[in-house]
Design a protein around this ligand. Structure first.
Ligand code: F6P
Length: 300
């Protein structure tokens, strides 16, 4: 007779399988996305749900990933920043994708990446529903960071889509050295400006801001520090989207021993009822993220 323990172990096995299949699909697709970049640098005609005009490369990456991830047994829903609605592709878990994070870096040939989050819930999900997250970074090498089962791992992806672990149990270094805050400085609220000036006065901290969240977060995971796309005077929710960017990076950085925040609470505690909702994002070493919350609580 099947017991509750059997059901739990079946469930874990099936989540393990879907996670592995999603990673395989993302790693297999990454070299193709990269190869397709040089000829897809122009903007398309239609805006995405966030009111931005994507590049042909964003659309290409989204189509490839939708096809590959949508084919995986156990994936029920595919959603991406480029599509207004979530797509039903089968039955099972929900996968949210930012196909090409930081694609404005394509023209100047700088870093960009692909972000994936797996949720055990219909969309929009909450931070409690996240089961795993990963991102690929198209830099001098192609790497993939994954967070699953309390562990963060870094892989290198080869041109044939195979991938090998190069760092296991990745944790944020204890002594942070880098910081990067997005948005126009003139649009920052006073509390953020004051806090950044404080960070800048610390001789051990260096500015690192590349304009692709995933590249900037990877600096923080590697060297320790803080990345933020903060609340802005004319855009209190900032720019980044909770389902596609906030939850996955919050989950990855927290799993690596760091902290995440929307300015007042962990990103994983944020609840929004719109698939494309935005949130301020602050991730990094706990002491630095605590500093943001302390500054912003002054005006509560
Ligand atoms: O997804 C949006 C994004 O490209 C992020 O990767 C990045 O952090 C941000 O926009 C950059 O915005 P800005 O151009 O305003 O610095």
């Amino acid at each position: 007779m099947a017991t509750d323990d059997d059901a739990t172990s079946d469930r874990v096995n099936s989540v393990d399988r879907v996670f592995k299949k999603v990673l395989d699909a993302v790693a297999k697709t990454a070299p193709e996305i990269r190869e397709g970049l040089p000829t897809r640098r122009a903007k398309v005609e239609t805006e995405n749900p966030s009111g931005e005009t994507p590049l042909a490369a964003d659309v290409y990456a989204d189509e490839l990933l939708c096809e590959r991830i949508g084919d995986i047994e156990g994936v029920g829903t595919y959603a991406s920043e480029e599509r207004p609605e979530a797509q039903t592709v089968g039955s099972g878990l929900s996968v949210c994708v930012d196909p090409l994070d930081g694609s404005s870096n394509l023209k100047p040939n700088n870093t960009m990446g692909t972000i994936v989050a797996i949720y055990d819930s219909p969309l929009p999900a909450t931070g409690d529903d996240i089961l795993a997250a990963a991102y690929v970074l198209f830099g001098p090498t192609m790497t993939m960071i994954t967070a699953y089962d309390d562990t963060v791992t870094e892989y290198v992806i080869q041109d044939d889509g195979t991938y090998q672990a190069i760092r296991v149990d990745v944790t944020l270094p204890d002594d942070p050295t880098v910081y990067g805050f997005g948005g126009r400085v003139a649009d920052w609220v006073d509390e953020i400006t004051e806090y950044v000036r404080e960070i800048e006065s610390d001789p051990s901290m260096k500015l690192r801001y590349g304009g692709a969240m995933i590249g900037d977060v990877n600096q923080v995971l590697t060297y320790g520090g803080i990345f933020a796309y903060p609340t802005l005077a004319d855009a209190p929710e900032g720019k980044l989207r909770i389902q596609f960017e906030g939850y996955p990076v919050g989950y990855i950085v927290e799993t690596a021993g760091g902290a995440s925040s929307d300015g007042h609470q962990s990103l994983l505690a944020v609840e929004k009822d719109d698939l494309h909702a935005r949130t301020p994002v602050y991730v990094g070493n706990e002491s630095l993220v605590d500093g943001v919350e302390a500054h912003l609580s002054d005006d509560d």
